[in-house]
Design a protein around this ligand. Structure first.
Ligand code: SF4
Length: 470
């Protein structure tokens, strides 16, 4: 197959793994002499929007028609779709629309998991590995159908992700996202990383070499003048040997402030000191719940509250801000769990944000067995950890109220915190308007120098404008 134009169709926010996977796919296509382009629905106010998920507004800004038109007029022979838990319907509709408008355009569907919909080519396997094989074997010249590709890409042999693809939509200068590896060592029952590991095998969790990551960041500094790095790895602060080599090079050659994810059980003073010295200004920890039996039995997270408290204390000692990811909608959760969590969060010194998420029951994830019947029966359900449904039945109202309280809590003076975490006083938060909560979150961001939150708000108007104007 000679050089052709390949379009990648994607719906969702940029700051997740799938967008970077598409950048890698684009870089691989270019390595094989092809030109690439992007059909992008930013999912403004949609289920993947981690701060402003508003279904009614999402329907106004998002649609398949525009994506089909762009794909058909893009002068491409091939349009590639990457499977994703939140955009399966969108993928199917856009590919169907493209075939209807121009049957000569070939559609390619890439999935870790299984075929679906009707695409000319379906490639099952790790996307980077499968796509590279597909191109190297000149498969677009062969008859269509489904093929499985067993194996994993060598992360250091992949070309660096093609940043030009999303450059018109994303400001890399203010905040540059990077993954230093793929997968996760752990196996939480609700997590997409666990699903991908289940389908791709235990070796799926691996890391790039320090040098390979540094080369990407050097290129980003040169090209975009980046001012901050966001490590999006499941757990960045984990392997001390890798980190020692990496952070030494990072301090010497990159030296920019950064934010990353940590894991409580592996977090200690040595790690905190190394992070702080190399520019880390905030570590994000997955908490989900402080109810240890729910965490162990339902979420399959063998994590002790004691370890979390130790990790927070270490951050307090080293004056590193930390975010806490808290999950609502866990089957079996109670108001008492939330009240206990509120008391713990109130006692923390350097806490930055308590990020509230709603549990999603992916059909392929182990937690699906524990999903409420209504969720199991709803085949078309499309939600993400940020969208608006939180829990079921009698827990829905308390969940919404505690989310407002948690988002505000880091800002409140000690006496006010004590008041709201006593008895049933949390209920007063039920009446606080969402706009006010957002305002409080903004103040927290200003107070703590949380650059990431600012960058999100700063570019939201231009994202909306682009969604309207195309
Ligand atoms: S630790 Fe985080 S990334 Fe890893 S499996 Fe659990 S939820 Fe997923």
């Amino acid at each position: 197959m000679g050089g052709v134009k390949i379009l990648f169709a994607y719906k969702g926010r940029y700051h997740i793994r799938d967008a970077v996977t598409i950048e890698y796919l684009s870089a691989i296509a270019k390595r094989y002499g092809h030109e690439t382009g992007l059909v992008y629905d930013q999912d403004i106010f949609g289920v993947t929007d981690n701060i402003l998920s508003v279904p009614a507004l999402s329907r106004i800004f998002s649609g398949t028609k525009k994506a089909v038109e762009k794909a058909v007029s893009g002068g491409s022979r091939i349009v590639v779709f990457l499977d994703g838990f939140t955009r399966r319907g969108w993928n199917d509709e856009v590919s169907g629309g493209i075939k209807k408008a121009d049957a000569a355009i070939m559609t390619v569907f890439l999935s870790h998991i299984a075929p679906r919909g009707s695409y000319d080519y379906t490639l099952i396997g790790e996307p980077e590995f499968a796509f590279e094989r597909f191109l190297s074997e000149g498969c677009c010249d062969s008859p269509g159908g489904t093929r499985s590709f067993k194996g994993l890409a060598d992360l250091d042999l992949l070309p660096l992700p093609d940043k030009s693809l999303f450059a018109p939509y994303v400001n890399f200068r203010d905040s540059y996202l990077v993954y230093t590896g793929k997968g996760c060592r752990y196996g939480c029952s609700y997590c997409e990383e666990t699903v991908y590991k289940k389908f791709s095998g235990g070796d799926y969790f691996r890391r790039r070499s320090p040098e390979n990551v540094i080369l990407e960041l050097e290129e980003a500094k040169k090209r975009f003048g980046i001012r901050e790095v966001i490590y999006k790895d499941s757990v960045f602060a984990l392997d001390k040997r890798w980190l020692k080599e990496y952070l030494a090079a990072y301090t010497r050659r990159i030296a920019l402030p950064y934010k990353c994810f940590g894991k409580a059980e592996a977090f200690d003073g040595e790690l905190a000191s190394a992070l702080k010295e190399s520019g880390c200004y905030c570590v994000e920890f997955g908490i989900q719940t402080f109810n240890e039996s729910l965490k162990r039995d339902i979420l399959k997270r063998d994590e002790k509250t004691e370890d979390l408290l130790k990790a927070f204390a270490v951050c307090d000692r080293y004056r590193i801000r930390y975010d806490a990811d808290h999950l609502f909608g866990i089957p079996g959760e109670t108001v008492d769990d939330h009240k206990g969590a509120a008391r713990i969060y109130s006692s923390l010194l350097y806490i930055n944000r308590i990020k509230c998420h709603n549990l999603v029951f992916y059909r392929e994830a182990d937690i699906f067995e524990d999903a409420p019947q209504a969720v199991k029966d709803d085949m078309g359900r499309n939600s993400d950890f940020f969208s608006s449904v939180s829990g079921e039945g009698a827990m829905m109202r308390p969940n919404k109220t505690f989310q407002k309280l948690f988002r505000t809590l880091p800002l409140l003076p000690a006496a006010v915190k004590r008041f709201f975490t006593r008895g049933e006083n949390w209920k007063a938060f039920r009446f606080s308007p969402g706009v006010l909560v957002m305002f409080f979150m903004l103040i927290i961001a200003v107070k703590n120098g949380d650059r990431r939150f600012f960058v999100y708000l700063k570019y939201y108007p231009s994202r909306v404008k682009r969604a309207v104007c195309g």
